[in-house]
Design a protein around this ligand. Sequence first.
Ligand code: HEC
Ligand code: HEC
Length: 275
Amino acid sequence: MTTANKAFGLLSAGLLGLGLLATGPANAADDGTRIDWGPYKVDEKRSGYTYAGAQTRAMQDDEFQNPAFLWLERGMDLWETADGAANTSCADCHGDAEESMAGVATRYPIYFDDWGKLMNIEQRINWCRETQMQAEPLKWESDALLGLTAFVKNQSKGMPIDVAVDGPAAPFFEQGKAFYETRRGQLDLACTHCHVDNEGNLIRAETLSQGQANGFPTYRLKWQSVGSLHRRFRGCNRNIRAQPYPYGSDEYTNLELYVTWRGNGLPVESPSVRK
Ligand code: HEC
Ligand code: HEC
């Protein structure tokens, strides 16, 4: 196969996939079960939870079945563990996370003056490690950073997302929005084509959700692991054969603000379970 043929093959495979788009059953999850949406739908905003099948939802709902709690427990231990040249722990400064971290995740990403740009929870944790604990930053997608992020976000569980996109955050929000609407990759698709225009439709065997951020970090059955929102962005970029951006890149943090804002009002659900 020539390179051109190969590219055409990939492209047509992708378009075929889109050609196979089918309308999903109304008001139902991807296994056809109807659920009481409860807090997971606010106005027209629907959490990924409302598209997940009954088994996946049951896994998320039960802390003992939800595999993400293994990561979260790791985060809980790290919260208490002294580290770095300053030999301090998160708890030394922030005390009981249930109090000090309640509601924090509803506000991130935020504009951070010292950086002149946005900061998400992962970046805040590493900022604390570097500047407050004189410790090495934790690697993206390490169990430690995923665990601490899940632990911090879980303290806001059930609280409505309320990120600010005005004031100094506005230009970063605009960049995130532009990213969301820009076609890219060999399949020449923008996020909007799948998560806005085709929300609720089936693509291959999957029901397209609104692509909300409120459940992250999430345990994905496909990954057999917890992963960050940026990992999901990379996956969605790869699926349309676009070059993914690095974890923690400005592009993805700006995109995170836009995607999180789309879900303003939805409850924080971390750590969620998805297919
Ligand atoms: C070709 C279609 C397609 C495109 C384009 C696409 N995605 Fe997705 N995305 C999916 C599928 C399929 C899933 C898994 C099912 C679902 O939740 O929609 C998914 C899942 C997600 C999720 C997880 C939702 C949850 O509740 O766990 C997020 C967040 C997301 N996408 C964001 C994006 C962003 C941001 C872009 C643009 C950079 C993008 N997607 C582009 C197909 C797409
Ligand atoms: C030496 C003290 C110190 C230590 C240790 C520390 N932090 Fe912080 N942390 C701070 C300060 C100071 C701020 C900024 C407070 C502000 O901006 O109001 C902060 C802010 C935060 C925030 C954002 C809170 C908000 O309301 O926006 C999070 C999340 C956080 N820290 C997590 C952690 C985690 C997780 C650890 C352990 C890995 C940790 N911190 C260790 C001092 C510390």
